[in-house]
Design a protein around this ligand. Structure first.
Ligand SMILES: NC(=O)c1ccc[n+]([C@@H]2O[C@H](COP(=O)([O-])OP(=O)(O)OC[C@H]3O[C@@H](n4cnc5c(N)ncnc54)[C@H](OP(=O)(O)O)[C@@H]3O)[C@@H](O)[C@H]2O)c1
Length: 234
């Protein structure tokens, strides 16, 4: 397995922890928003293991709640660069190898990719774009034996040091979120692995995300009304 992130120290700490669990892991620092760094990331995987079976596009960035008119344009651009192009570039360079192995590519989206939410337009735009990417790729790649999947995560445990971007682009610690307990990260990780085993295309993970998904499908007007009310309470 190859793990990736931008911060070499944190990456090495994660690699060492996974190795102690008995996994064969290498780490390669790269910014997935930079195409050439993604080329090098894939090259690292091939040099280390000789083949590539599964690519999980997980890197993601979000903003604090803010209205579009408050968000600096470069912040919107940064969210799209990491969340959208940061999934396109690794996939582009991995595909020749995934075609050889008849492998699997997975995209990590969010409940915010199922429905536009007020105060979160950059993140919702980016995560919804992953649906279009996954749907296009599924039709392109299935005949060639490569499976595609997209997981819509709900509120999930995260790194206590996680930062998000303020409307002016400043990274700030993530504020405590919903009172609903987050999904444990190991449960979410197991479900992602199961998607590669079953070939499932789309999966919505948390009960709250599933409720949003179903209600939005059958009663979209009601969801808009609830979201608008919740937003105006702020
Ligand atoms: N946690 C949730 O409640 C939740 C809910 C729905 C969806 N998700 C999605 O799940 C994924 C993981 O979320 P998380 O909460 O675990 O986030 P996180 O704690 O912020 O972790 C994000 C990871 O991505 C890496 N990363 C960020 N930008 C990168 C870049 N440009 N290039 C390479 N690596 C980069 C970070 O490492 P470095 O900082 O070292 O680069 C970090 O390891 C994201 O796609 C997120 O949108 C999370």
């Amino acid at each position: 397995m190859v793990i990736n992130g931008r911060n070499p120290e944190r990456l090495e700490a994660a690699r060492s922890e996974l190795s102690q669990e008995g996994l064969t892991v290498t780490a390669h620092a790269a910014d997935v928003a930079e195409a050439e760094q993604c080329r090098a990331l894939v090259r690292h995987a091939i040099d280390a293991f000789g083949r590539l079976d599964v690519l999980v596009n997980n890197a993601g960035l979000s903003t604090e709640e803010a209205l579009l008119q408050e968000i600096q344009p470069q912040v919107f651009q940064q969210i799209l660069s990491v969340n959208v192009l940061g999934s396109v570039y690794p996939t582009h360079f991995a595909l020749p190898h995934l075609l050889k192995s008849r492998g699997h590519v997975l995209f990590i989206s969010s409940a915010a990719g199922l429905r536009g939410l007020p105060g979160h337009s950059p993140y919702c735009t980016s995560k919804m774009a992953l649906t279009a990417l996954a749907e296009s790729l599924r039709l392109e790649l299935r005949p060639q034996g490569v499976e595609v999947g997209i997981a819509y995560l709900g509120f999930t445990e995260n790194d206590p040091q996680k930062k998000v971007l303020r409307a002016d682009g400043q990274p700030v610690p993530l504020r405590p979120r919903s009172p609903i307990p987050p999904e444990p990260v190991d449960r979410v990780a197991r479900r992602i692995v199961r998607m590669t085993e079953t070939g499932r295309f789309k999966a919505v993970f948390s009960p709250l995300a599933r409720l949003l998904h179903l209600t939005n499908r059958f009663l979209p007007g009601m969801v808009s009304w609830i979201l608008a009310r919740k937003h105006s309470d702020h």
